[in-house]
Design a protein around this ligand. Structure first.
Ligand code: GDP
Length: 291
């Protein structure tokens, strides 16, 4: 689902459809990527959810730094946001998700019971930006293949409710949200994790961003993967850019990314670093931290 271009008209239409869908929904499951818990959120979720209870589900916990994930969870919870951690690929944390959802509907159920009605199951919708794992999570919750992974958006078909355990019903088609592009740092986080097409951004810029993050937070990933003995230090000045380029050169030389004349092939080095990051050859690295 990554290859989506969002135009203002497209976004407005998607938003209207989502608000319309919300009429049938009791709980919104907002799915984010644990490597970029802030950048993979969409600020419009609040508006789209129109006051419905929300559960923030941090997916891909296997790909993120465990300590950073715990810090993010604490931070979100301190802001009053309910958080649930999952790895949709293996199913870790998925079986307890309906319970977490059920907790959020206690008030709705109590109100209905007070009026003498029997509450129906919790109707939930998964919302999230492309590639965050919505289809994978739906299939996990359903216990079978429902949503096609990597499916193309825009193909309409009749919506169905999937029964999940005793208490929950899930809409089989997730709500696709557009990523935020306005902040360049957010764009880099999205591109590095594969949430948006890297062609939209400068390949080398993404690789330099990853290098910088590793130099600041995950030095052993650099030394282990690229056998760099003496890592340079960043000092927060303009000179840092040159320091990063020198490191880029060194990785290029170590990896034999040379063009004729002995010049470093920057595109190839960039590709290696980005691929190594996404395939976790550099470890499970989070790209942003709570403030
Ligand atoms: P969607 O666009 O939000 O529906 O995302 P998909 O469900 O198509 O998932 C995008 C990619 O992320 C796929 O390659 C999935 O296999 C992968 N994925 C989803 N959840 C997880 C997870 O928890 N851990 C890992 N390692 N990969 C995941």
């Amino acid at each position: 689902m990554a290859n989506i271009q969002w135009y203002p008209g497209h976004m407005a239409k998607a938003k209207r459809q989502m608000i319309e869908k919300m009429k049938q929904i009791d709980v919104v499951i907002e799915l984010v990527d644990s490597r970029i818990p802030a950048s993979s959120r969409n600020p419009l979720v609040e508006e789209i959810s129109s006051g419905k209870p929300r559960l923030l589900v941090m997916n891909k916990i296997d790909m993120a730094d465990r300590q950073a994930t715990a810090d993010w969870k604490d931070t979100f919870e301190s802001e009053g946001v309910k958080v649930h951690l999952v790895n949709s690929q293996t199913g870790q944390g998925v079986s307890t998700l309906p319970d977490a959802v059920h907790h959020l509907t206690a008030e709705r159920r109590r109100k209905l019971e007070d009026k003498g009605f029997r509450p129906h199951a919790d109707r939930a919708l998964i919302l999230g930006i492309p590639n965050v794992g919505k289809s994978t999570l739906i299939n996990r919750l359903a216990g079978k293949k429902i949503a096609k992974i990597g499916d193309r958006p825009g193909i309409t078909k009749a919506q169905q409710w999937i029964k999940v355990g005793m208490t929950m019903e899930l809409l089989d088609t997730p709500g696709i949200l557009w990523p935020k592009f306005d902040d360049p740092r957010v764009g880099l986080c999205l591109a590095a994790t594969g949430a948006i097409k890297e062609e939209l951004l400068d390949f080398q810029e993404i690789a330099l961003f990853l290098l910088k993050t590793m130099l600041q937070h995950y030095q052993s990933s650099l030394t282990n993967r690229y056998q760099i003995e003496k890592l340079p230090k960043l000092n927060g000045t303009e000179a840092d850019q040159q320091t990063l380029i020198d490191l880029f050169d060194e990785i290029g030389r170590k990896r034999g990314c040379l063009m004729s004349g002995g010049f470093i092939d920057y595109d190839r080095v960039s590709e290696i670093i980005i691929r190594d990051y996404r395939s976790q050859k550099l470890g499970s690295l989070t790209l942003e931290w709570p403030q």
